[in-house]
Design a protein around this ligand. Sequence first.
Ligand code: NAD
Length: 310
Amino acid sequence: MQPVYLITGGAGNLACQLTFPLAERGIRSLLFDVAAAPVAPVAAGCQYVRGDLTVAENLQAVFRDHAPRVVIHFASLLSAASEADRRTAWDVNVTAAFALLELAVAHGVERFFFPSSLAAYGGQLPDLISDDDPQWPDGLYGVTKTVVERLGVYYFRSHGLDFRALRLPIVVSRYAHMGAASSYASRAFMETAKQGSFVFQVRPESRPALIYARDVIGAVLGLLEAPTEQLQRRVYNIQALSPTAAELAAVIAARYPGASLTFQTDPQIADLIDSWPRRFDDSAARRDWNWRSAYDLDAMASDFVTSLQD
Ligand SMILES: NC(=O)c1ccc[n+]([C@@H]2O[C@H](COP(=O)([O-])OP(=O)(O)OC[C@H]3O[C@@H](n4cnc5c(N)ncnc54)[C@H](O)[C@@H]3O)[C@@H](O)[C@H]2O)c1
């Protein structure tokens, strides 16, 4: 029988993109999301189940009816939405994650993937962040990510759940949530393509860690498929890109002659972005499951621009 992977947040940016390589592997994605429909195309053969993660019966029904072999838990309120509605952020990002982990253990799920975030770090940060640097996130979103990392490791150690997590840099993607402050890099591509101009609200020298969506999909699969005996940790940092916003503007401008990419720094947005990690030490990911970023700044820019032409 075809294995079923439950992907929560199944209507979102990363979930939709992950369905294609999963389908190539003969895996059927069961996309679970509260949204009416996916934000992007999904692979043929996916099943879409509309439901709210915070409603226990919805989740129980999914496990009862579909017996997923693997859970990929992408559903989350992102950073701005979490600050705007703290109660819902806690319910979705923490309480529902706890319920899902419990169900995964009860139903003998083989593997559980969780995307943590660079926002799980905060305070005074060194230029290069290591896997085990202290995590004192500034925002509620980062707090919820840190909580679920710890919960997952608890379920691994105490209940044998094969929990695996990545702390992702800011994802650059044509399907990124455009309302988020962190989507500035994605928006720079999209708006320049559409209207020939973009105004950055970050500083020209702002350089939070970024990663291209295709690299994220590669990393998720790389970690998910790594043999258990090779993994010396359960949560890994990965590094891809750390361009300044000025460098990002330059590679976009080079691909849209005549476009106007300018800066009008909003201190509140810029301070938030500048409070996040700039570079990760990903030597453990490289060692344990051969993580390598396939997209440097130029490769990402070329691929993004081509995908927008398509
Ligand atoms: N995009 C990034 O820059 C980034 C960076 C680091 C980590 N992550 C993490 O990766 C994951 C996927 O990110 P994305 O960019 O695809 O986000 P996204 O916002 O596109 O997708 C999240 C999905 O979760 C769904 N959701 C929210 N509440 C729900 C509920 N109660 N029940 C069911 N579904 C619910 C939303 O409808 C949405 O479709 C998230 O956990 C995010 O925190 C993303």
